[in-house]
Design a protein around this ligand. Structure first.
Ligand code: BGP
Length: 474
């Protein structure tokens, strides 16, 4: 199989990591507006109120809100065929539970979408990329409450109606799969996804299972609704998944690694197979977790199946197991893989893992896959002449594209596109830093608040431009 002629080359961004303008034009406060800057060694602090002396990166982002035209023009210059962006729920419904949307918020996204279309860039819209209005957390308990599903669906309906003639590709959620009752989560992880701190959850396993179930249900209902409003919509959901390797070849270790990897797939099973997986309900039952699956829910699972699977891929991990006593990586606590290099933030660099995961997922579901994120967070150095020679980024991306092409051309995986994460430098989700940069385009903004937000092309800008122009030569 060859790369499709209309292969969706491009990039991926999220509202709270780039827009800024956190409290203008009617936008309400959202969960990520309460999270400060952290680093690889210090977790981001989650504050109850906005504390004036602290730095909240989402408040200014990279000022995409006022500079989107310039940024889209730069993406167009690279030849982008697609841009995945999120619509911030709190810009459309400042509190989340209103009936009437905020017109200024809708108009902003309408202008962004029109600008993309002007340059023939396909908008791929994420409906939830960690942007929940904080009011829904305080007044309703976030995704633990089924009422929030209705508010989310109302938000989706408003967007589907408004953009039905301009947007074809929709993503219901970004990375809901990181919530799992069996995983010892960190505060920042559960907060990013649901606005709740792991350490403060009363009945942790029950709460995480309920959130996971309700978000899955919300996704299926949104898919069903989208198809009803426009049968031509391509409805997807994005998962942050990774191969999990055994620490050694002892069958117990191999089985354990399989179980850890498999935890990230139950929601994909639900959204592809038209039913919430029985094995998961049985697992919950064995743990004393109660989940009520109503007749209406069953209908929604049956009707709300995916058109494509979105895959965010950064690297692989090694399963932890009793008795394993090896070096751990900094941020996620996983074991280091002696065969792989790591980024400065401790993320493994594993291009072959991408081919493995594309094969695994495609053979499991047979649905087209879109690579919705992939990239290297690195510290860039500005040369005296102002240029940035980011060969390490080019090398990372090239190695991953080579493996992606093997998966398509040799293994016959149906892949819709490749959307590199953070084509323009933006705020890191896990650490909040600007020091951790992904972009082809440098943004003059630093973690101490300095910088004039000026945009500069890095060496990788021209490289990606050539990759796209040649449909994948790299
Ligand atoms: C993904 C998120 C993105 C993005 C990326 C890189 O999980 O969907 O929002 O941030 O990770 O992570 P970070 O920004 O922490 O380097």
């Amino acid at each position: 199989m060859q790369l499709r002629d209309n292969f969706l080359w491009g990039g991926s961004i999220a509202a709270h990591q780039c827009e800024g303008a956190w409290n203008v034009s009617g936008k309400g406060p959202a969960i990520m507006d309460f999270v400060t800057v952290g680093s690889v060694d210090h977790p981001r602090e989650i504050t109850k109120t906005i504390e004036p002396h602290k730095m909240y990166p989402s408040h200014t982002g990279i000022d995409f809100y006022s500079r989107y035209e310039e940024d889209i023009q730069l993406f167009a210059e690279m030849g982008f065929k697609a841009l995945r962006l999120s619509i911030d729920w709190s810009r459309i419904f400042p509190k989340g539970d209103e009936e009437t949307p905020n017109e200024e918020g809708l108009q902003f996204y309408s202008d962004v979408i029109d600008t993309l279309l002007k340059y023939q860039i396909e908008p791929i819209v994420t409906l939830y990329h960690f942007e929940m209005p904080i009011h829904l957390v305080h007044a309703y308990g976030s995704w633990t409450n089924r009422k929030v599903i209705d508010f989310y669906l109302h938000f989706c309906e408003v967007l589907f109606e408004r953009f039905k003639d301009r947007v074809t590709y929709w993503v219901t959620f970004n990375e809901m799969n990181h919530i799992d009752p069996q995983t010892e989560a960190t505060d920042i992880f559960t907060y990013i996804i649901a606005g709740l701190k792991f350490s403060e959850l009363e009945n942790k396993a029950q709460t995480l299972a309920t959130i996971g179930y309700n978000m899955t249900l919300a996704s299926c209902k949104a898919i069903e609704l989208g198809h009803k409003i426009n049968p031509h919509f391509k409805m997807g959901c994005v998962f942050g998944i990774e191969p999990v390797y055994p620490y050694n070849c002892s069958p117990d270790y191999v089985m354990n690694a399989f179980q850890q990897m498999d935890r990230d797939f139950y929601q994909i099973d639900a959204m592809c197979h038209g039913t919430f997986p029985q094995y998961k309900l049985a697992e919950y039952q064995a743990q004393g977790i109660e989940i009520e699956v109503t007749t209406e829910d069953r209908q929604a699972f049956t009707n709300g199946t995916l058109d494509f699977i979105g895959m965010n891929y950064y690297g692989s991990s090694v399963a932890e197991f009793e008795g394993t006593d090896a070096e751990k990586s900094k941020l996620f606590g996983g074991l280091a893989n002696p065969y792989l290099e790591k980024s400065n933030w401790g993320w493994t660099i594993d291009p072959v893992g991408l081919r493995y995961l594309l094969n695994y997922t495609y053979r499991k579901y047979g649905l087209p896959i879109m690579i919705t994120e992939n990239g290297l967070g690195a510290e860039d150095v500005l040369a005296e002449d102002g240029s940035i020679q980011d060969d390490y980024r080019i090398d990372y991306l090239r190695q991953h594209l080579i493996q992606m092409k093997k998966a398509i051309e040799e293994d016959h995986v149906d892949c819709l596109g490749y959307l590199m994460w953070g084509p323009i430098d933006l705020v890191s989700a896990t650490t909040g830093e600007m020091k951790k940069r992904y972009g082809f385009i440098h943004v003059d903004k630093y973690d101490d608040g300095s910088g004039d937000y000026h945009r500069t092309k890095k060496a990788s800008f021209n490289w990606y431009q050539e990759v796209i122009a040649s449909n994948g030569k790299c």
